[in-house]
Design a protein around this ligand. Structure first.
Ligand code: BMA
Length: 353
């Protein structure tokens, strides 16, 4: 399916955009770049990096990561929860106009953008975490009570994604990672809240909609949560629908051995699975909230990253002193983070330009 739309996209872009558009843009270009980069090292990524950090909000050209190590993350994560409602700001209070601006600025400076989406619950009106009603996914599939409403929600998402164009009017390639962590039961699309068939129908319905709207610039990422069970791969949408197999993995307590062994087990399985079909693997979300261990980066995380052929690892947002995942100049782990990124196999923006 991705290939058929791609072919049409390639023909159209050759016709209208010429060879330059062909060689500079599009998902194939981004995919190839990701593949090439993953042979050189692992890119570091940070969610909402340019919007706020510890002790600041909304400043321009500012980033905690930049302040700590003199370079931007290679990958930046952007969140679109709230776009489906027609809201002006995301669920994390970031104006969508600013999201578009910073995403395009990051791509322009040679970086890579990944997009997550925590849409509200269309059946209950609650948040993405409202898992009370196990009919939610069914309700938006064809013949469901919320089907029409969800078409509009997808249209709003699609409009935003379609607006991600560079100064020449060309769509910028992005990684999009919908319906994530479905191996857990905390989101309304999670395990136990829909069948495997319903989950796949949900994935396909969004993907088909965006492809039908001409979005051949998307690299698709599917990310279960770590601590995977034997049947969790049953909901994998398929090689023809996924480019990057991701894993979301947070250290939740001081028991680092538990984190290390679960991470190792899941990544071993996912990397074996991905190798068969040439998919990429990434730690699409990871971290240790508030990084209580000042040597966590080099002592716990980095040795695990080195064992696997990963494309990138992305830590979550620096919202405030109680909820942050990347270092800032004031945090105790900053020297250790600098040490980690000093390794030439950990790739920051300057390393991938
Ligand atoms: C979670 C937290 C929330 C946030 C959500 C979506 O992990 O950071 O505060 O709303 O991600 O970005």
């Amino acid at each position: 399916m991705i290939r058929r739309h791609l072919l049409i996209g390639a023909v159209l872009s050759l016709f209208f955009g010429g060879v330059k558009a062909q060689t500079t843009y599009g998902r194939e270009v981004l995919l190839q770049r990701l593949k090439d980069l993953s042979t050189r090292g692992i890119m570091f990524g940070h969610q909402d990096d340019p919007f706020y950090g510890l002790g600041w909000q909304w400043d321009r050209d500012r980033s905690d990561v930049l302040a700590v190590c003199g370079d931007y993350p290679a990958v930046m994560g952007f969140e679109l929860g709230g776009i489906e409602m027609g809201d002006a700001k995301s669920l994390d209070s970031v104006p969508f106009t600013r999201i578009r601006e910073e995403l395009l600025a990051h791509v322009r400076r040679g970086g890579i953008a990944t997009i997550s989406w925590h849409p509200r619950n269309p059946l209950t009106g609650g948040t993405a975490w409202d898992n009370k009603d196990a009919n939610t996914v069914r309700s938006i599939l064809p013949d469901g009570s919320q089907h029409q409403k969800f078409q509009q929600w997808m249209q709003r998402l699609s409009n935003f994604l379609c607006s991600l164009k560079d100064e020449h009017g060309q769509p910028v390639p992005v990684i999009f990672r919908p319906w994530h962590e479905n191996s857990g039961g905390w989101f309304w699309w999670g395990k136990g809240l829909c069948t495997v068939e319903e989950y796949k129908a949900l994935w396909n319905c969004l993907q088909d909609k965006l492809l039908a709207d001409g979005m051949t610039n998307i690299v698709w990422s599917w990310s279960p949560n770590f601590g995977m069970k034997d049947d969790d791969m049953d909901s994998y949408p398929g090689d023809d629908r996924v480019d990057i197999i991701g894993l979301d993995a947070y250290q939740q307590s001081s028991d680092e051995q538990a984190f290390i062994s679960t991470l190792g087990k899941d990544l071993t399985m996912l990397c074996e699975f991905a190798k068969k079909s040439g998919r990429l693997v990434a730690l699409t979300e990871c971290g240790y909230q508030n990084i209580p261990d000042p040597t966590w980066w080099t002592r716990v995380l980095k040795p695990q990253l080195e064992k696997f052929p990963l494309c990138y690892f992305l830590v979550w947002r620096n919202f405030n002193e109680k909820h942050y995942f990347a270092p800032a100049p004031s945090t105790k782990d900053a020297p250790d983070f600098r040490k980690m990124v000093g390794d030439k196999r950990i790739l920051m923006l300057k390393d991938i330009k």
